[in-house]
Design a protein around this ligand. Structure first.
Ligand code: NAD
Length: 500
């Protein structure tokens, strides 16, 4: 008997009536540990209806009261983050320290949202015309939908919902069906924090749930994060339904190492950023670009470090956990086979891994390729696994050309000792998030997160000022209040109003 992971509406779990469910597995054991409800049309209507019913009262709740609830959510999350991290490890497979890191980075957005009154302030201009003043304000949209991927079941939803809720919206979260338990845990935490029923809701499921959300007329905005083909689909369908949408897609992140870089630092960072979370991060480094004569040295240093990594059950102190599902593990392994047949050199072979974990876990060790060419599928595809490819180029210009020709533009890193080269790189690359001697440049909560090109559809990035802007809309009020002691000089005037 496995547990059923339910939807959440009107401040409570509910099982739904579609009769459809999906398996949830523990990737370190391969065992099915739960069933997640898959919403049908009626379930979606119930969950979205819960958000619609709560929208008006929450939008009218004072900013002070709203942010106090967000602050209590932050306190509870901070106290109990180990519980959430354990849930993530059990369904995603990432090691516990990494799961805790994910929760902490999500918490930063909750902390940012506690200060939202400052960003909800409008402007005021006195006496723009005689006796006339103007002020602006930002108001919530109503119901907003968040559709999240498997790789950050807590952090990615937290990129959006703290800001959306603090701004006065109600939320329907559609988490990944692969690791859905975090969403219900967070729903219960919101309830404990005092959030009114209906403000935060969870709709579990697959494409049917997504389509119901993006087609529903009550849902005013969609924040999506996932692979590029689905991001494009959600962007186009939501936009054609008249919704505001930000759809963050896939990635292929390069790390360029110039000949003057500290190669030990670069090798440490490449291995950490390439294999952390088994490479299942949208900001993972998957291409290491060695510029000039350093190729052999750099590959040797990266290979030595890669061989020290312990792959195993995330609860046992391993460096790297399993992949999320068997199907995903097999797909990543198939890219390794393709790379080898295409002529790339397998320097470290993750297929030979001896994991510290159950036999049926979804294991694939860290794999290092050298002499990868841009036309090989290990380079062209977003592999989303523990596979690091070294591409060797002769010059800085070739490295930049490689990056700018890539259809993705999420993250990129440059390792160098030369400030001028770093500055030029910042100007030259067509990528949304850049690290200089920093491999995974995930912006702080008060900046905005987002890539360029096929890594983001829409024009608002997540959290920071752009996030607040995304979840609110502006109003400008022009008003005339006359001095009671002075009789207004009225009269008809049909010409277009001019300021006097
Ligand atoms: P995915 O695209 O398979 O799923 C994302 C969401 O879409 C899930 O909630 C899923 O249920 C839903 N979905 C899946 N198929 C669908 C369909 N046919 N129609 C409608 N909805 C559908 O992505 P994933 O495998 O869960 O996550 C990994 C991907 O997410 C990678 O490509 C990664 O780069 C990307 N990602 C990007 C960012 C970013 O910030 N750009 C962050 C995290 C993950």
């Amino acid at each position: 008997m496995t547990t059923l992971i339910t939807h959440w509406a009107d401040g409570a779990r509910f099982e739904g009536s579609s009769g459809r469910t999906g398996d949830v597995t523990n990737p370190a054991t391969g065992q099915v540990t739960g069933q997640v409800a898959f919403a049908g049309a009626e379930d979606a209507q119930r969950v979205i209806g819960s958000a619609s019913a709560a929208a008006r009262a929450w939008a009218r709740t004072s900013v002070a009261a709203r942010t106090q609830v967000v602050f209590r959510f932050r306190e509870l999350l901070n106290e109990r983050k180990e519980e959430l991290a354990a849930l993530i490890t059990a369904e995603h497979g990432k090691v516990l320290s990494d799961a805790l890191g994910e929760v902490s980075r999500g918490q930063e957005v909750v902390e940012f949202a506690c200060g939202i009154p400052h960003l909800l302030k409008g402007g005021y201009s006195e006496q723009v015309s005689t006796g006339v003043d103007v002020h602006s304000k930002r108001q919530p949209l109503g119901v907003v939908g968040i559709i999240s991927p498997f790789n950050f079941p807590a952090m990615v939803p937290m990129w959006f919902f703290p800001v959306a809720i603090a701004a006065g919206n109600t939320v329907v979260l559609k988490p990944s069906e692969k690791d859905p338990s975090a969403s219900i845990w967070m729903a219960e935490l919101w309830k404990e924090a005092g959030l009114p029923d209906g403000v935060f809701n969870v709709l579990q499921g697959d494409k049917e749930a997504v389509d119901a959300l993006i087609d529903h007329p009550d849902v005013k905005a969609i924040s999506f994060v996932g692979s590029t083909p689905i991001a494009r689909y959600v962007y186009e369908r939501s936009s054609s339904n008249g919704k505001r949408v930000q759809a963050l897609g896939g990635a292929k992140n390069h790390m360029v190492v110039l000949p003057d870089a500290d190669l030990d630092l670069a090798a440490d960072q490449a291995v950490s950023a390439g294999y952390g979370s088994a490479g299942e991060r949208c900001m993972a480094i998957s291409v290491l670009v060695a510029v000039g004569p350093i190729g052999d040295d750099l590959v040797a240093k990266v290979a030595d470090r890669t061989r020290t990594l312990r792959t195993g059950d995330g609860t046992r102190g391993s460096d790297m956990g399993p992949l999320v599902t068997k199907a995903h593990r097999d797909k990543v392994a198939s890219y390794v086979e393709e790379g080898e047949s295409a002529g790339a050199k397998v320097v470290v072979d993750g297929r030979e891994v001896q994991p510290d974990g159950e036999q049926d876990g979804f294991w694939l060790g860290p794999t290092l390729f050298d002499h990868v060419k841009p036309e090989m599928s290990v380079y062209t595809e977003e592999i989303f696994g523990p596979v690091l490819s070294v591409v060797r180029v002769d010059t800085y210009d070739e490295a930049v050309e490689l990056i700018n020709s890539n259809p993705y533009g999420n993250g990129v890193a440059l390792f160098t000792a030369n400030g001028g080269a770093a500055r030029k790189f910042e100007l030259d690359v067509e990528v949304g998030m850049i690290g200089i001697n920093v491999p995974i440049p995930v912006p702080m909560a008060y900046y905005s997160f987002g890539g360029w090109k096929n890594s983001l559809f829409g024009d608002s990035h997540a959290h920071g000022v752009e996030g607040v802007h995304f979840f609110t809309r502006g109003k400008v009020v022009t008003s005339r209040w006359s001095d009671p002691a002075v009789k207004p000089t009225g009269g008809l005037e049909l010409a277009f109003p001019q300021n006097k």
